[in-house]
Design a protein around this ligand. Sequence first.
Ligand SMILES: [Zn+2]
Length: 71
Amino acid sequence: MLFLVICYLYNFWEEFIHLYFHKKSNLFIIKLNLFKHLKEHHRVHHYIYNSNYGIGTTLWDYVLGTKKHAE
Ligand SMILES: [Zn+2]
């Protein structure tokens, strides 16, 4: 049961943050360094093929070798 709750919360986090990556807003979260870091990570995903699949975290891109930085 705990696993399902964690999956649900993580999915909510990903959908929520992905929405604000692509939407103009004054929501407090866009001022956080974590948000800026994840948004840059995601921005690279949109123009470098096969990279930066993570939305809510960059962890798995480091583990799986798909992490790329902007050139
Ligand atoms: Zn996107």
